[in-house]
Design a binder for this molecule. Structure first.
Ligand SMILES: C[S@@+](CC[C@H](N)C(=O)[O-])C[C@H]1O[C@@H](n2cnc3c(N)ncnc32)[C@H](O)[C@@H]1O
Length: 250
């Protein structure tokens, strides 16, 4: 590990393996990783890129700072940060699925510079020092985490005072008609497309189920407050089909 970054080298493999839910999710993402990027674009209709850019806007100026992307997957959020800040930012991406991390390594190069560090870690046990990063991004990841309260407390712990977090998750649109269409899309069409492209329909059924199980925005904002964030906000996107959650550490 590179000592330019605030990475605390601890072996959190036990934590990952002890957690049955986590192990199931990890193996599912490893299975679908070869087709993940293509499917992500198709299923979100390409809109996720605009949401990521907007989320990065909310983080304010990060020149010279350090940003952590949790549940980084193939590195879509890291890419937006890299495109915006170039070498004027230190980036850390963590994910517990090696298949997804391999995609990120392929994308950014096996020998990532000291400005970009990729590592295997569980969102519930971040191997980082307290108050060590200026910003955190989590794209479509927090809903998969077994203990979201614990993961949110971890984000609060590793953020510097004044640091900001943004998380994107799909959401149930307020309009009844759009909601019905959206839910039908998520329940029937995305598993169908996912099944054809990845050969793993069950994984895309899980995405629908995890979406249904995710708390409503007000409740999630309450969880962020409980984790310590004094300032929290929700920014609905595209007719409320996705939400950017924002938090700031005092
Ligand atoms: C839907 S993908 C999103 C990937 C990426 N953030 C994006 O925006 O495209 C969810 C990712 O979260 C990771 N993940 C889920 N639970 C995790 C956990 N507890 N700790 C670390 N990574 C986790 C999965 O391995 C997967 O790569």
């Amino acid at each position: 590990m590179n000592n330019h970054l605030p990475y605390r080298s601890v072996n959190n493999r036990m934590n990952i393996m002890d957690n049955k839910h986590g192990a199931r999710i990890e193996s599912m993402f490893n299975r679908i990783s070869p087709r993940y990027d293509l499917l992500n674009r198709v299923i979100s209709g390409g809109r996720d890129l605009a949401w990521r850019k907007k989320a990065v806007d909310l983080l304010g100026d990060l020149h010279g700072g350090t940003a952590l992307d949790i549940c980084c997957g193939s590195g879509d959020f890291l890419q937006v940060l890299l495109d915006r800040y170039g070498t004027d930012i230190k980036l850390i991406g963590v994910d517990f699925a090696t298949g997804m991390l391999d995609l990120a390594r392929l994308r950014f190069g096996e020998n990532t510079s000291h400005r970009l560090l990729l590592g295997r870690a569980d969102a519930m046990y971040l191997p980082l020092a307290d108050s060590s990063v200026n910003a955190i991004t989590i794209g479509f990841g927090i809903r998969n985490v077994a203990d979201r309260d614990l993961a949110l407390r971890e984000t609060y712990r590793v953020l510097k005072p004044g640091g900001k977090i943004v998380m994107i998750e799909p959401s149930s649109p307020p309009n009844r008609f759009i909601r019905a269409l959206f839910l039908a899309y998520f329940k029937y069409i995305s598993p169908f497309i996912g099944g054809i492209i990845s050969g793993d329909r069950a994984a895309y059924c899980y995405l629908h189920d995890s979406f249904i199980a995710f708390p409503p925005p007000e409740e999630f904002l309450g969880m962020m407050k409980k984790a310590g964030y004094p300032i929290v906000k929700a920014y609905p996107q595209f007719m409320g089909t996705a939400i950017i959650f924002f938090g700031e550490k005092s």
